[in-house]
Design a protein around this ligand. Sequence first.
Ligand code: HEC
Length: 139
Amino acid sequence: MKSLIILIGFIIFISLAVSQTAFAANNTVTMLLEKYQSEGAHQFDANKGKSMWQEQHIQKKTGKSVSCSTCHTSDLRKTGSHIRTGKLIEAMSANINPERFQDAKKIEKWFKRNCKWTWGRECSAQEKGDFLTFFNLNK
Ligand code: HEC
């Protein structure tokens, strides 16, 4: 009997922990989307995010054609790899990789770095919001 109670307690604990994590992820993204809107973005568009993800840009330095999917792959559920270092990049899908999109600072840092690397400029608030909406809908 006692072990049954412990088991039930454990199950409740785990399910609370899991829902907390999902909630936290959601919260971070929601907060960022609100921030982007306060910076002048309009309605976000997942389809726009999806097409920007594949959009090819010629890198000034190398003359190579690159896109976000060059490193992350076009399927958010797949593991990518850095085209220069070959280092593996965990899936962008939060369903496959629950560590995704938990930390606003990390998200902003990588947006900045990757937009510059890929597009040769920073992404606008609108573009970042469209990307996050795309990630969120295509977990
Ligand atoms: C040269 C390879 C490369 C390209 C191209 C690239 N990324 Fe990344 N990206 C990375 C690496 C490396 C990380 C950090 C490791 C990780 O989070 O798995 C990362 C992380 C991120 C994150 C952080 C996710 C989180 O969980 O916080 C976002 C957002 C992101 N990238 C968006 C983009 C967007 C948008 C583009 C296209 C404009 C892009 N990336 C292009 C390599 C790349």
